[in-house]
Every structure is written in structure tokens, then in C-alpha cells.
Write a protein that binds this ligand. Sequence first.
Ligand code: ADP
Length: 270
Amino acid sequence: DAARVLAVRAAPLGTRYVVVLANDLTESIRLDEVSRDFIANISHELKTPIGAISVLTEAIESSVDNPERVRRFAEKMTAEADRLAALTADIINLSKLQADQALHMPELVSIDAVIDHAVRDNAVVADARQVTIARGKPTGLTVYGEESLLAMALQNLVSNAVQYSPDGSRVGVGTRLVDDTVEIQVTDQGVGIPKEDHDRVFERFYRVDGARSRNTGGTGLGLAIVKHTAQNHGGEVSVWSQPGNGSTFTLRLPVATGDEGISAPTSAER
Ligand code: ADP
């Protein structure tokens, strides 16, 4: 209906304008649907930990004379509160990363520094699980972008590699230059991902194994954040994986040429 009203009002402007306006409208309806789905998913995801915290509060109240039960319930409550905090942080991170949005304050970013950051952030969990994170030699490669976003993206890939791998296994992080693209690969020896899920894992809240992801504190948003960050930097992310044979996630980013951010001289400057 909105399209028809628009067409009638815009008719005096000529057919070309009607087509342009109708296309804009279709795109805005599509975006509305995507954001409605996202909000429905968010409500669903938030309800679970909030409901659990509320039940656990009642359980603690009725267990005051049993310190052991109180301790157990309080531990569970901390885990649910942590999950709520992680979910809130990821929702905020993702909403800041609208696809194709221009970068805020781009600068030259060292890929070695981004990898350092991601490996350091995962060291405690990896140690606890005796997972070795083996990183390749520093390459000195740089890309043009936002270090905090790139560090968060790689942190998510390394954290997934550790999370979905057996104790005592090995996670590799390597970098190479292919033509004018920096490729960062994160490889694990974990559970792997069936082929039919390779594209879907980058969707918001999609999980191959929901129970496993939630039990390990996963928000279901990590790979969507990686995908949007890659796209905002003019790059992409993909996965190679076979169930039982581990996974390799590859983040591809345009290598810095050194000319970024330098706008062409105006005619007055020339
Ligand atoms: P989550 O918080 O659930 O890990 P992600 O968006 O990071 O959310 O990942 C989406 C899903 O992709 C995960 O739930 C998991 O099923 C699968 N996945 C991601 N990384 C890996 C990996 N390295 N090995 C196996 N499965 C993975």
C-alpha cells in the first residue's frame, strides 16, 4: 500500500523517480524485516539468562539454612550473569557495525599487533584446557582500518577455535600475503562444521550445536561480528571445515598501500 501511495504521489516526477523511490522502499522494508528478526532473536536470547537468574534468586531465598545449596545456586547465577554481560556486549558491538558503514577513525594497523592481542586474550582459557596456540612468524604486514575492531574479530576466531576443540589440541594462527590481500588463517583440530552450515554460521544467532555453544558461554554473535568487520574493511571471511577434522577460518583484508586517507589534490592545490 505504501508503495502505491508513493507511486501516485511521485507520478508527476516521472517514471524514473517512481522506480528509484519504489526500490528504496523495498530496501527499507527488507531492512525493517531484518531488524525485526534480530530484535525477536535478542528478546528470546535475553529471556533465558534473565529467567534463570530469577529462578535462582528464589531458590537461594528458600535455601538460607543450607549453605552448600546457596553456594551452588550462587555459582550458577554468576555464570548466567556473565552470559548476560557477554550477550549485551556483543549486541552493542554488532549494532555499531552496520554493514558497509564507513570506518570511524581508520589508521595503519599492524597485523602482528592484532594477532598478539587475540592470542593474549585467549591465553588463560587455552592454558586451562591445555590447548597450544601456535602463531606464525611476525610478517610486518599492515592494513588500513580500526585496530580495536580487527582485534575483536580475530579474538572471536581464536576464541572459537579454542572453545570448539578438545583439551590438549593445537590452534594455529598464520598470516600470508596473497597478491594484494593479507590472509589471516585460524586453524583448529576441533569438532568441525558440516558443509551445509558453512555459510549459516556467519548469521546472527545461528549455532550448529545450540546447547554446546550456550554451555560454553557462546553468544551466537561472534562470527556475525567477524563478517561485518571484514566487510567494513573491504575484506571477507570464509571457512573450510569437515566434521571431526577441524576448521580453518580465513580472514582476508586488503593490504595497506600507504596511499590510504590521502585524498586527491583539489584543482586549486594542483
Ligand atoms: P558462538 O558464540 O555460538 O560460538 P559464533 O557466531 O562465534 O557463536 O559461532 C556460530 C556457530 O558456529 C557456533 O555456535 C558453532 O556451532 C560454530 N563454530 C564457530 N567456530 C567454530 C569452530 N572453530 N569449530 C567448530 N564450530 C564452530
